[in-house]
Write a new protein. Structure first.
Length: 115
């Protein structure tokens, strides 16, 4: 038999844990977070008083303090209502946005306190 001059191969380490893309939720405890499996970020605290002041000053746009999407949607609906119904629509939209801002900020603050 011919003699070889190579060295003994090194041991192959085990494969790394599964990195999931987000849609697969395996049962393995070794599975780590991947690109689509990020842990939820803790919610930031929102003050009810600040939400009320911002909605008082800026109307529906002040809802952006609590919810960006809510502020944009409420602002767009208010602009549409002003175009269709005139400035009298602000008499309904402005206080309604203040009530919504207070309720949303209260919910976000309660969720923050539970953490």
């Amino acid at each position: 038999m011919a003699e070889t001059f190579g060295s003994t191969p090194e041991a192959v380490p085990p494969h790394p844990p599964l990195i999931s893309g987000g849609w697969y939720h395996g049962m393995s405890l070794d599975e780590v977070l991947g690109p689509g499996r990020c842990p939820p970020q803790p919610t930031a605290d929102r003050s009810v008083g600040t939400a009320l002041w911002l909605t008082l000053a800026f109307g529906p746009a002040g809802l952006g303090y609590v919810s960006r999407a809510g502020g944009l949607v409420c602002s767009a609906l208010t602009v549409l209502a002003v175009v269709l119904l005139g400035f009298a629509a602000l008499l309904i939209a402005w206080p309604l946005s203040m009530v919504c801002g207070g309720i949303l900020a209260s919910g976000v603050h309660a969720e923050y306190r539970r953490q």
